[in-house]
Every structure is written in C-alpha cells, then in structure tokens.
Design a protein around this ligand. Structure first.
Ligand SMILES: *[C@@H]1O[C@H](CO)[C@@H](O)[C@H](O)[C@H]1NC(C)=O
Ligand SMILES: *[C@@H]1O[C@H](CO)[C@@H](O)[C@H](O)[C@H]1NC(C)=O
Ligand SMILES: *[C@@H]1O[C@H](CO)[C@@H](O)[C@H](O)[C@H]1NC(C)=O
Ligand SMILES: *[C@@H]1O[C@H](CO)[C@@H](O)[C@H](O)[C@H]1NC(C)=O
Ligand SMILES: *[C@@H]1O[C@H](CO)[C@@H](O)[C@H](O)[C@H]1NC(C)=O
Ligand SMILES: *[C@@H]1O[C@H](CO)[C@@H](O)[C@H](O)[C@H]1NC(C)=O
Ligand SMILES: *[C@@H]1O[C@H](CO)[C@@H](O)[C@H](O)[C@H]1NC(C)=O
Ligand SMILES: *[C@@H]1O[C@H](CO)[C@@H](O)[C@H](O)[C@H]1NC(C)=O
Ligand SMILES: *[C@@H]1O[C@H](CO)[C@@H](O)[C@H](O)[C@H]1NC(C)=O
Length: 518
C-alpha cells in the first residue's frame, strides 16, 4: 500500500552526463535472481530464514492459527515512486517524439522504446494474483487446515463441510473471516478462501463461510488499513528514498543516457521508472524489455529504495509504525483471551469487535486479508527487534544499499502471509528438536499439565522473539501465551497511538523504534 503523494520529485531530477559501459544482460554470472530484489513487487517465495529454525515441535497439538495475509499481484498504484513515475516517463517519451518528429528516442539496447507503449492498468488484482492467493489458501489447507480440522485419510484431499465440527461431533458455526473493502483486498480474500475450501468455481465456496468487509476509507477505523484512521507522520521513508534514488541511479543514468538523444535529459526518477517497469511488466505481461538494462548492484539498490520507504513510513523508522500495527495486535490478544472489544483507543472500530457474529472465538483459524504495510506495522508493534536497523532508521544518504535484516522481498512479497500459531504442549517443553512435518495432530489432554505457546511465522520462517515483551527466554520462537498476553499493555503503551496519530512531536527524520521519540 502506498497512497501518499507528498514528495518532491525535483529532488530526483538530476542531469545526466555521458560515459557508457554496456548494460548487462538479464542473467548474471553469479546466478543472481533479480526477482528477489523487487521488494514488495517480488513474486511469492518462502522466506529463507530469520535466524530461527523452521519445523514443528514434537508431541504438541496445533490448536489454532491466526493468518494475516497480503493481497497478491496487482497493477501499479498511483504514486510518484510507483505508477505515476512510470506514467510520467511514458508521457515524457511521447512528448519528445511529438516535439521532434522523425527523430528516434532510443538507440542500441533502448531501440525498443521507439515502439514501446505503457499498457499497465492501475490498482486491480491481476489473474496471476488471484492464482497466488488461491495457491496460498490451498497450501494453508495442506499445512495447517487438515490438522486443525482433523482430516483423516479419507477426507485429507480437500475441505469437506462435515469436518466443521467440535471434537464431540456437534457442528461448529460457519467460520468468519475478515477483509477490507478495497477491490484487490476483497478479491484476494475470496480467492484465498476459494483455494482453502477447495471448490473449483472462484466463488462457489461462498456458502462455507461468512466474510466481514470493513470499509477501507479515510477516517474509518480499520485495523487492516490503519493508515486511514491515523493522521500522524508516515512520510519519513519517502524522503529518505528520494535522497537515495538520486544517488544510486547515477551510474545507470550516465550509462543509459548515451542511448537517448543528447537533449533528452534522463533523470533519476526516469531510471527508477524503468526499473519499476521491468518488475511490473514482468508481472503483468510475462516479460519486459527493461529488465536486461540493469546491473546486479542496481537491482539491490532498487530493492533498498523500496525497503527504505516502508521502513520509514510504516515500520521502525516511522513515528506511527507501532501505532499502525497495534490494533491488530490487540485483536489477536482479544481472540486469544476470548474477550470482546467494547471500546477503542486505537485503529480498532469496536462495532466490529463487540459481537461474536463478526468477532467469533475459538475458531480453528482466522484469516484477515490486508496490505504489506500492515504486516510490517504489526511486526513492529510486537517489538521484534531482528528487523530494526538502528536508532535513526534506515539511511537514505548512501550510494548503495547497506547490509540489513529488513528486506521486503523476504518479508512482504506478493501474497505474503504472517501466521500466529498456537501450540498446546506439555509444560516446560524444550522445543529443542523440530520435525519437518506433523503427520497427525495429537490430542493433548487439556486436563494434563500443559502450556499454550505462540509462535510467529512469516512466509514460512519463524520470527525471533528478542524484543517482544513477555517472551524473554523463549526458545526457537515459542513463547508462552500467558506471558505474551501479560506484555500486551506494555506494547500498547509503547505504540502510543493517540500521540503518534494525533499528537505533536518533531518530524523531518526517521525514528529508531516506530514511535514518537519525544
Ligand atoms: C533536466 O530535468 C530536470 C528536472 O526536470 C531539470 O531540473 C534540469 O534543469 C534539466 N536539465 C537540462 C539540461 O535540461
Ligand atoms: C508533456 O507535454 C505537455 C504539453 O507540452 C506538458 O504539459 C507535460 O508536462 C509534459 N509531460 C512530461 C512528463 O514531460
Ligand atoms: C464429505 O465427507 C462425508 C463424510 O466423510 C462424506 O460422506 C461425503 O461424501 C463428503 N462429501 C464430499 C462432497 O466429498
Ligand atoms: C459439543 O461441544 C461444544 C463445544 O465445546 C458445545 O458447545 C456443545 O454443547 C457440545 N455438544 C454436545 C451435544 O455435547
Ligand atoms: C459469484 O460471483 C458472481 C460474479 O461476480 C456473482 O454474480 C454471484 O452472485 C456470486 N455468487 C455468490 C454466491 O455470491
Ligand atoms: C465504525 O463502524 C461503524 C459500522 O460500520 C460505522 O458506522 C462508523 O462510522 C465507524 N466508525 C469509525 C470511526 O470508523
Ligand atoms: C475510532 O478510533 C478512535 C481512536 O482514535 C476511538 O476514539 C473511537 O472510539 C474509535 N471508533 C470506533 C467506532 O471504534
Ligand atoms: C540481523 O539480526 C541479527 C540477530 O538479531 C544481528 O545479530 C545482526 O547484526 C543483524 N544484521 C544486521 C546487518 O543488522
Ligand atoms: C517449569 O515451569 C515452572 C513454572 O513456570 C518453573 O518454575 C520451573 O522452573 C520450570 N522447570 C523447568 C525444568 O524449566
């Protein structure tokens, strides 16, 4: 999600000089895969590792899973560093051709520009995105759903409503899931659920569940689109990115300028647009002539330009980072405690959370469909320190991307998924050994001496819990639920929602920990 337009493009516009080494090809001797550097435009892939081993604990019961999910492949958004920049580049080429009739605008590797058209739409979920969501829902059935609903050998192939029963055989109510009202989010939710419930028609699974659609509009409280309810600072990342873009694009600008007419004036924002075009055209048209124009380093820097935006607008570098995520964290806690929410001091609209029709308890799993930035804000609000860069945010005044743990290609590719898993284990379980798969979900006797644990898993990789209040001493990412819940008031206090969203505090640079620094 990016919809804030306050940014000075002038800062991006720097004149090009000449000197022209050959552009590199789209394949790299090192085996580098540029798609892994497209940040939030990367196709879905499980994350490698966030420093905690993957796998499932032995002799524990998978009791519940809370899914916070991102929409998948979409067209560009109308934003200067995104769709608007590409549109401007296209207009600039058209203008040049108009004012210089008969003159070619591109030569050499840019010859294709003489016949190129900007053909991308805006905002909508694409067919490939629908497929990504359906695959994710189907994968959730395979990995979690069959365990949560105790499918046996006969029913394992696909969801069957006969599985929607309590252990005593009585039917459960229809499960309830949530989404925002935005087109691509709502469609993503439907496709994901269609994948989970295993029906062949895109919406023939409607009868299996209820969907709560929370309006995504300005001023409306919505934990799945919380930037709409919060008017505080969320532009620091854009400012840092603007600085960085003018620096990292220097080489490409001078290299590519040689293939434009000498009076064309290729700017830093044009170069950024050309990189965006590679990613978006690859996604929308299954290929792009722009992809072979850039070096491995330039792709790594491209990723960093997006990382910086999100880090400084929606996460650790933003004074509202934690505030934007705390609403979902409070809802997670309420679901775990089976408590309705009857008042709100954050982005929660309590009219959606004060009744069990829209906010039910004890469901085997929950699924909330949302945006990339919400996933980041939630992880920030939880206090996961692993991704935090330093006391002044991620820097923009560099020539190249620094080493960091915060990378959107790993964290929020298209179709990203953040799971809060609940495991019921023997008390003081060690979590030393983890298995690759759970064949059958054990029934752990609730009258025995057991403890519920929570583990956060992002794109299949568990998160380290250093920094999560209450989870000190957690092993391999498993934290006792009661201690986690004990830490919630501290997380809420740290997010400082009212001040971050509506109060006065100094702005103009990134902060360290997702909250106003004074
Ligand atoms: C190139 O474009 C930028 C931004 O539009 C402008 O500031 C600069 O003066 C231009 N340079 C030339 C040589 O036209
Ligand atoms: C294209 O030309 C029009 C009309 O001359 C002008 O208003 C517009 O700013 C130009 N756009 C770009 C991106 O150069
Ligand atoms: C669902 O499962 C029940 C019980 O196992 C079975 O009788 C029924 O045929 C299944 N329905 C479908 C559509 O597979
Ligand atoms: C079965 O279990 C559910 C949930 O614990 C309970 O609400 C329901 O009353 C039980 N039904 C019977 C027939 O015992
Ligand atoms: C399925 O989608 C179609 C097309 O959007 C719509 O007309 C129809 O009402 C939907 N079916 C249900 C059960 O909602
Ligand atoms: C909360 O939700 C209700 C019900 O949809 C709506 O009428 C109200 O405007 C919302 N309030 C806010 C602040 O979001
Ligand atoms: C919306 O959020 C504000 C907190 O900023 C809160 O005061 C208000 O009660 C909320 N409205 C609803 C309907 O939850
Ligand atoms: C990444 O996180 C690990 C674990 O917290 C830390 O030791 C390491 O310094 C971090 N790396 C960078 C580049 O910040
Ligand atoms: C088991 O848990 C209890 C209660 O938290 C604690 O007092 C005890 O030291 C733990 N035992 C081990 C072996 O960790």
């Amino acid at each position: 999600m990016k919809n804030i337009t306050a940014i000075t493009l002038a800062a991006l516009a720097v004149t090009a000089s000449c000197s022209a080494p050959e552009p590199t090809g789209a394949s790299y001797a090192s085996g580098f895969d540029m798609k892994r550097s497209w940040a939030n435009l990367s196709p879905y892939k499980d994350a490698e590792s966030f420093g905690v081993p993957k796998g499932v604990p032995q002799s524990c019961e998978l009791s519940q899973v809370h899914v916070l999910h991102r929409h998948a492949e979409r067209y560009p958004t109308d934003y200067p560093l995104d769709g608007e920049g590409m549109q401007d580049f296209a207009t600039k080429l058209a203008n040049y051709t108009k004012t210089h009739p008969g003159k070619k605008v591109g030569s050499g590797p840019l010859k294709f520009l003489n016949n190129w058209k900007y053909v991308l739409g805006s905002d909508a979920l694409m067919e490939t995105g629908a497929a990504t969501e359906a695959t994710s829902g189907a994968n959730f059935w395979t990995k979690y759903g069959r365990l949560l609903y105790r499918a046996d050998r006969d029913t394992m192939a696909a969801w069957n409503s006969s599985l929607n029963v309590y252990p005593n055989g009585t039917a459960r109510p229809k499960p309830v899931f949530r989404t925002t009202s935005q087109g691509r989010i709502l469609e993503s939710a439907r496709w994901w659920l269609s994948g989970f419930f295993g029906n062949s028609g895109a919406n023939s699974s409607y009868s299996e569940y209820d969907l709560v659609i929370i309006p995504e509009e300005s001023g409306f409280n919505n934990t799945l689109a919380s930037y709409e309810a919060c008017t505080g600072d969320m532009t620091e990342g854009d400012d840092s990115a603007t600085t960085f873009i003018s620096r990292y694009t220097k080489d490409a600008r001078s290299r590519l300028s040689a293939f434009f007419p000498s009076d064309f004036n290729l700017t830093a924002s044009d170069v950024l647009a050309m990189q965006n075009l590679c990613a978006y055209e690859y996604t929308s048209l299954a290929g792009s002539s722009f992809c072979s124009l850039f070096t491995e380093q330039e792709w790594k820097d491209f990723e960093y330009n997006v990382d910086v935006q999100y880090y400084g607008d929606y996460a650790w570098g933003s004074p509202t980072g934690r505030a934007q995520g705390i609403g979902y964290v409070l809802e997670l806690a309420a679901r775990l405690q089976q408590k309705l929410i009857t008042s709100s001091d954050t982005s929660i609209n309590y009219t959606y959370d004060d009744n069990t029709a829209q906010f039910p308890f004890g469901q085997p799993f929950y699924m909330d469909m949302s945006h990339d930035d919400i996933i980041l804000s939630v992880i920030n609000a939880l206090g996961v320190n692993y991704f935090k860069y330093g006391p002044h945010g991620l820097p923009g005044d560099l020539n190249h991307a620094p080493k960091r743990n915060f990378s959107l290609s790993e964290m929020t590719p298209f179709g990203a998924r953040f799971m809060s898993e609940i495991w019921t284990c023997p008390r003081n379980h060690s979590f030393k050994e983890l298995d690759p798969v759970l064949y059958e979900n054990p029934v752990v006797d609730s009258t025995a001496d057991t403890t519920d644990y929570i583990r956060f898993v992002l794109n299949s990789a568990p998160l380290p819990l250093e920094g999560v209040v209450g989870c000190e001493g957690a092993r391999n990412g498993f934290c006792p639920v009661d201690r986690f819940l004990h830490g919630i008031p501290t997380l809420e206090h740290t997010a400082n929602y009212q001040k971050a969203c509506f109060g006065k505090y100094p702005t103009g640079s990134q902060v360290g920990d997702g909250a106003p620094s004074s």
